[in-house]
Design a protein around this ligand. Structure first.
Ligand SMILES: [Zn+2]
Ligand SMILES: [Zn+2]
Length: 409
């Protein structure tokens, strides 16, 4: 038997109904905030991610699906921000009026160590607002994600925010951090010992419990923000307060990707254990230039881990079957085909039993979760009335075609 590739999975009904509900809600919220969909290819040139995500990141150095395509190195996208910015530059979207607000829903690929709730093909719902550096936009993006999670039915989540500074103030903080790490690094985990040298910011990210007391003593980036970054962060917090959006400032919140600057944010949810981040995002004002844009195009975006979100929300769905037609005999089957067409055009979901006995038909209708069963025999058709059974109440009555259509409204 051939199975799905390790780390990938099939999404089957009825689970797919929950995925569709989450995506429908996401699209409604995107529309309310005037975001429009962008669909970029799943394949990109490898250099896009090397430049856009950062060659030293775990994603690019260890986790990408990269292959040679007749001399060109191609990669299955590990995330979508770099692709959206590439498309923005390629199609000169900076020439279009206003802030470009783009969203996407789709699969990403990373060769991660398989673990519960982590997949090598995983899905993200994300968005980018490109062309504005105002903290008002940051607050609006953050408001939008909390709205989306709330409407999807996620309760009890925590919004964490931080500022990671800019190319002016961050290097000074990193130097301070490096100095503070000198005496403590040898007692930290091996990853932190390495990061203390190569990328001290990443030490703040460490999840090893024994390291936490020492990490808590390290300097906070919020004390090093420059005269541009500090008021930007204060404004974001002010706009969130205006809208009564609860948040926690978490100075240790630094994101794994190199291009983030100023605002970063994350949403965590208790039900997900140690892998408890549902969503991450932040501002990336220099990314477009680093990908070759000659126009300054500051941006901010986020991506929701859809696999985790779907796992966390209510699993009920609304894909129930409205009508099950049970024709008795060949003439009734032909009649049922025509009736089904009319009901479907009126918006009902309809299943026709193409053969079998009445008793079996009722059993099957029950298993399929049908709301109504319509029994059609020669007598019923001759009279122009059908026998309609409400599967919830068990009540059975005779209805005309018009009455049937009304009942289904
Ligand atoms: Zn700064
Ligand atoms: Zn550590």
């Amino acid at each position: 038997m051939i199975r799905a590739v390790k780390g990938t999975r099939d999404l089957l009904p009825p689970d797919t109904a929950v995925w569709n509900r989450v995506e429908r809600i996401a699209r409604e919220v995107f529309r309310a905030y005037n975001y429009h969909e962008i669909r970029t290819p799943i394949l990109e040139e490898t250099q896009l991610f090397a430049r856009g995500v950062g060659a030293e990141t775990d994603i690019v150095s260890k986790e990408m699906y990269t292959f040679d395509d007749h001399g060109t190195s191609l990669t299955l996208r590990p995330e979508n921000t770099a692709s959206v910015i590439r498309a923005y530059i390629e199609h000169r979207l900076d020439q279009r009026p206003g802030v470009q607000k783009l969203y996407y829903i789709g699969p990403m690929f990373r060769r991660e160590r398989p673990q519960k709730g982590r997949y090598r093909q995983f899905f993200q719902i994300g968005a980018e607002a490109i062309g504005a550096d105002s903290p008002f936009v940051d607050a609006e993006v953050i408001e939008m994600v909390t709205e989306m999670l709330t409407r999807a039915g996620l309760t009890g989540f925590t919004l964490l925010i931080n500022s990671v500074g800019c190319p002016d103030c961050r290097p000074k903080f990193v130097a301070k951090l490096k100095e503070a790490l000198l005496p403590v690094a040898p007692s930290l985990c091996t990853d932190c010992q390495r990061r203390a040298e190569t990328n001290p910011l990443r030490v703040l990210d460490c999840k090893v419990p024994e390291d936490q007391p020492a990490i808590d003593q390290l300097p906070s980036i919020l004390d090093s923000l420059c005269e541009n970054c500090a008021p930007h962060f204060a404004a974001v917090k002010g706009y969130l307060n205006d809208r009564s959006i609860a948040f926690e400032v978490k100075p240790r919140l630094v994101r794994g990707l190199d291009y983030y600057m100023r605002t970063t944010f994350e949403v965590t949810h208790g039900n997900l254990g140690s892998q408890n981040s549902v969503l991450g995002g932040g501002r990336y004002d220099g990314l477009a230039e680093s990908l070759g844009s000659n126009v300054h195009s500051p941006g901010i975006g986020f991506s929701i881990g859809e696999d985790r979100l779907v796992m966390t929300v209510d699993q009920t769905h609304d894909d129930a079957l409205d009508v099950f037609l049970a024709p008795l005999g060949d003439a009734a089957l032909r009649h049922a085909g025509e009736l089904a067409r009319e009901l479907r055009r009126a918006g009902a979901s309809v299943e026709v039993l193409a053969g079998g006995k009445l008793k079996r038909a009722m059993e099957l209708a029950n298993k399929l979760g049908a709301r109504f069963v319509v029994i059609l025999g020669d007598d019923e058709i001759a009279k122009g009335e059908y026998s309609l059974k409400d599967m919830k109440s068990g009540e059975q009555q005779s209805v005309t075609r018009e009455q049937l259509l009304q009942r289904l409204q």
